[in-house]
Structures are given as C-alpha cells and as structure tokens.
Design a protein around this ligand. Sequence first.
Ligand code: SF4
Ligand code: SF4
Length: 340
Amino acid sequence: MDAAAVKALAKSFGADQVGIASAKVLNAFPPDPLFPQTPERISKHVKSVIVIVQHIPVAAFRAKQNVCVQYIDMLVLRRMDRIAFKLAAALEDRGHPTFVTAAQETDWNYKKASYGRLSTRHLGIEAGLGTFGLEVNILTPEYGPRVYLTGILTELELEGDKPITEQVCIGESCSRCLYSCPSDAVRHFGIDKRLCSTEAQEFGFGQITGYVDKMLDAPLEQRKEMVKGQDVFGFWQGLLRVVGSFGDCPRCLAVCPVGNDYHAFLAEPQKEIPEKNPEKVAKAKRFKDARQQGTLPPGLNDWNRRWVGPEGYKGMVARQVQAFKKKQKEREALAEKKDA
Ligand code: SF4
Ligand code: SF4
C-alpha cells in the first residue's frame, strides 16, 4: 500500500484530514530533545505515523455555555479513536503491524505537566496538516485550532508529507487568543500549561489534588461540607463523562480567525472579545516589538521555528477570507438565479 491508498482508506472510515509523518523525521526532531516524545521510544519497528484530524463541529462555539464544547469534544475524541482503530486493524489485515496510542494521555515520566508519549500537535505539523499558533495549538488552514488529532503508528514505510513552511497563524498583530485567555496563559508562541489548566481542566487532576490538599488542612466541620461540595460533583461527573477533565475552556479556539468554519459561522458572534484588557494589549505589543527587534523567545528559536512556519506569515488568512467571500457571492448569485 502506498501513502495515497492509506489516506483514502482513512478518509473512507470518516477522517476529516489525513497526513503522514516519517518516523525517521520524528525521531530526528523531538519537540524537546531533553524529553523526546518520539516513535522510537515506543517501538523501534515503527516506520511511519499516520495522523488523522477530526474537526470540532462549529455550532458548539456559538453556544452560550462552554459545556457544549466540552461534551462535543468527548464525542469527537471517541469518533477519532474508532476511526484510528479501524485503520490500524485494516492495515494489520493487509500484513502491516499497526497500533494507536492514546491521544490524550500524559506520561508521568516527562515534564510535570500534560505531555504524552507523542505530541499530537507536532505530529500534525510534521505530517503537513498545519503550523503552530501563538498559543501553540496546531492551526489547520481548514478549521484553525478547532480540531483533535491522533497518530497511528505503523511498520509500513510510507512517503511522508511535506510540512507547511508558511506560518498559518497571523501572529502578534492578531493576538486574539491572547486577549481571550481567561487565565492569561498565552506566551509568545508558548503557553503556561499550569495557568491554562486552571481553566482548561476545571475538574482535572491538578484541581483534584489541590482540592484534596485544601481538604486535608481544613477543620473537621469544613471538611464534611467540602466532601459534599459542587467541586466533588464536578470531579465525579468528569470521571463519568470526561466533561470537565480537559478542553473545558474553548476561548482561544473560538476566537481564532483561521479556517473557513470561522469565516462562515464565528466571525460575527466572536468578533468582540470581552476578556480583552489594556494589560493584554500591552503584552501583545511587547511580543510584536520583540519580533521586530529580533529578540526572539524560545518558541521562535532555531529549533522551534520549524513548527511555527519558517517562512513567517504571508497572508494566508486574508487570502482565505477573500476566497470565502467570492464563493459566498457565487452561491448567492446561484440561489437568486434558481429563485428567478
Ligand atoms: S484553553 Fe483557555 S486557558 Fe488555555 S490557553 Fe486557551 S484560552 Fe487560555
Ligand atoms: S488567534 Fe490569531 S494569534 Fe492566536 S493563534 Fe489564531 S491567528 Fe494566531
């Protein structure tokens, strides 16, 4: 089987997008060489990683409550895992040992934050599916950051896709993700994962251990009340339905103007960013000045630039908006013609 046949198979199972990264390249360019999240650390037999993308349906980002995104996130992940498993089974049937790793797992031996055995965002970039945003989510040209990805590890040697060299993210002059972030976790092509987790994992592991810590220090009567508290209900619900355990804060995803789903359905409801304040505007300006003066942060150093888009931003979103508007006009003209 060649790369085109594998991609067609993945799409026939329901994958929105598919790309392929060579294990050799992934082994040579770990996201952080001190803590290599590489295929060779999982299996020395793996030759290629097939990366599939599932987009998060846009309607949830138009809803008033975050919980709508949280629930749909879980459904998207389940669907993605099913597609990945079907693909792995189909390749094995054809004589190519293949398996899937959990897209959302954390390896305790890596850094003290949520780092998996592989970084799905880096896999996606190496497989030519997008580049990093200012908040280091992967931005796909089609759906911006409103996606989930997983990697399917195969012993089949496949031709890898070429990474996108043009920066998909508009960058410092946009900074909408930074303005929207309730915990101010967005850095200059970086993220403070701990700050982000206070919002993105409202009832996640860090929150559970923090709550238990507080409970252990509290007087007996208060402890009894805490056991029945709303937070404990949130933890219980998170265990049952995953809702609340991750991906709870969709703000940086909702406001990112990359992707035709944004132009069609989010441009109007997400135009204003209520969380924007003078401090965040000043921070974005500092980032812009740093880029202009060449005092680049770690997120833009020679190693990491590879995933940001080494050519820099060249107007991809503006081109996308123009093409979208043109298509919209054509559709309207066609509808008018039909009505006449
Ligand atoms: S998920 Fe929420 S808290 Fe985390 S970076 Fe995005 S906007 Fe900030
Ligand atoms: S909101 Fe703007 S700055 Fe942030 S990731 Fe999207 S395009 Fe980049």
